[in-house]
Design a binder for this molecule. Structure first.
Ligand SMILES: Cc1cc2nc3c(=O)[nH]c(=O)nc-3n(C[C@H](O)[C@H](O)[C@H](O)COP(=O)(O)OP(=O)(O)OC[C@H]3O[C@@H](n4cnc5c(N)ncnc54)[C@H](O)[C@@H]3O)c2cc1C
Length: 383
């Protein structure tokens, strides 16, 4: 694994850092408080090439690879975790279409996602009764004339209110086929029969909408299928492997923000006649935060590097995701503690970081599911 960044990777990192400082960070607290969708910011992310980092340039993307993507996600999440999750899911959708789509699907959707014309991409796998176990999902797709008709309900869909393109999973085989009876469809926002419900009132990442979807006799043409019939589970799992690098990076960015705020506060706040940074109990918290950030960074970069090198990276992505997300919750909790009573108020960003970090052990596969993936690899029982 190379620890030195290539010119392209360093350029993407600098671009993201600059954009995060200039555009994303100044509005992060405000859009958290108002739950406002940052439409302008997302257009800006498209303009600087950060919405399709793993999509080839001929399809409108940057083609900069997984390491560059992980670096960019860290920078944006350090400024605003809500913006970062929408960037993450849009990148994931564009990459899935570039990888599994037909030429016509790629040409239609990838440039639209990369340029921000589609606003966002949404990934609609989870359902009210199927999250960790997507093989049990109940949405159906039945053949009708030349196309398909989708019926069912989706839950927790990031960016669903604004998305121009949804990747939706539905059952095309018998229920007994489980995960081998699922197919994947591309659905445009505004398709008749697709109803977007009201956003969830969430603990954190409040400026990214999370919505239920209802699919009521939602008709799509035959060429809306992404990948092969009944092979949709593979599309989901491969997309989620890459997505986990994104969430590990999001968690890393949040941890870094928590450490930045903690260092600043600890040097400034006086107690017992000296800055609290001089008390060993505070120093140890800062030392642990920094150590966990570096460990999370190395795990995340290793997973991204394996992906770029065309090596298997499922286990590596799960290890990065479980470690980085759990480290983020610890770091943010310590940041609140370092801020004392002020950490418990909206006057300082520490409480936002803790609320934002909390979801990273839940979405794109919970920590329990990541450990199951890792254990399968350890035991040699991975399929
Ligand atoms: C803010 C937010 C945004 C999201 N965005 C999206 C999105 O854009 N697209 C999308 O498709 N989904 C999205 N999700 C859904 C997310 O991926 C699921 O919430 C997650 O996979 C867990 O599923 P669940 O909520 O149904 O929990 P459940 O699967 O019901 O799990 C409940 C608990 O049981 C544990 N558990 C379940 N099975 C096992 C097992 N075999 N072994 C050990 N423990 C187990 C889980 O780890 C968890 O602790 C989002 C969720 C949130 C909160």
């Amino acid at each position: 694994m190379d620890v030195e960044l290539t010119e392209t990777q360093a350029l993407v990192q600098r671009t993201a850092r600059d954009f995060a400082k200039r555009v994303v960070a100044p509005r992060a607290a405000e859009i958290d408080a108002s739950s406002e969708f940052p439409a302008e910011t997302l257009r800006g992310l498209a303009d600087v090439g950060l919405l399709a980092i793993n999509v080839a340039p001929e399809l409108g993307g940057s083609g900069a690879g997984a390491v560059a993507y992980a670096l960019a996600m860290q920078e944006i999440a350090r400024a605003c975790a809500s913006t970062a999750v929408m960037m993450s899911v849009t990148n994931m959708v564009g990459e899935a279409i570039a990888r599994f789509g037909t030429d016509a699907q790629r040409r239609r959707f990838c440039p639209a996602l990369a340029s921000g014309q589609a606003v966002l991409g949404s990934f609609a796998l989870s359902e009210p009764d199927a999250g960790s176990d997507p093989g049990s999902l109940r949405t159906t797709a039945r053949r009708d004339g030349g196309g398909w008709v989708l019926d069912g309900a989706k839950q927790w869909i990031t960016g669903g209110t604004h998305a121009g393109v949804f990747v939706v999973w539905a059952r095309t085989g018998p229920p007994a086929a489980g995960s081998r009876g699922l197919s994947c469809f591309l659905l445009e926002g505004g398709t008749p029969g697709l109803r977007v419900g009201p956003p969830e009132d969430k603990m954190g990442i409040r400026a990214s909408d999370t919505v239920p979807l209802e699919l009521d006799a939602c008709r799509v043409p035959a060429d809306a299928m992404l990948g092969d019939e009944n092979a949709g589970f593979k599309v989901a799992m491969m997309a989620l492997d890459g997505g986990r690098i994104g969430i590990a990076s999001q968690a890393l960015g949040i941890s870094r923000a928590a450490l930045d705020e903690s260092v600043r506060y600890a040097k400034d706040r006086q107690a017992f006649g000296s800055p609290i940074a001089e008390h060993q109990a505070i120093q140890w918290k800062l030392a642990d935060m920094r150590t966990h950030i570096d460990a999370a960074y190395l795990l995340t970069m290793r997973a991204a590097w394996c992906k770029d090198a065309g090596r298997p990276f499922t286990r590596e992505a799960s290890m990065a995701k479980v470690f980085s997300s759990e480290a983020a919750i610890r770091a943010c909790n310590d940041a609140v503690q370092i801020h004392g009573g002020y950490g418990y108020t909206r006057e300082f960003p520490a409480e936002r970081h803790l609320r934002d970090a909390r979801v990273t052990t839940i979405y794109e596969g919970t920590s329990e599911i990541q450990r199951t993936v890792i254990a399968r690899a350890v035991l040699g029982t991975a399929s």
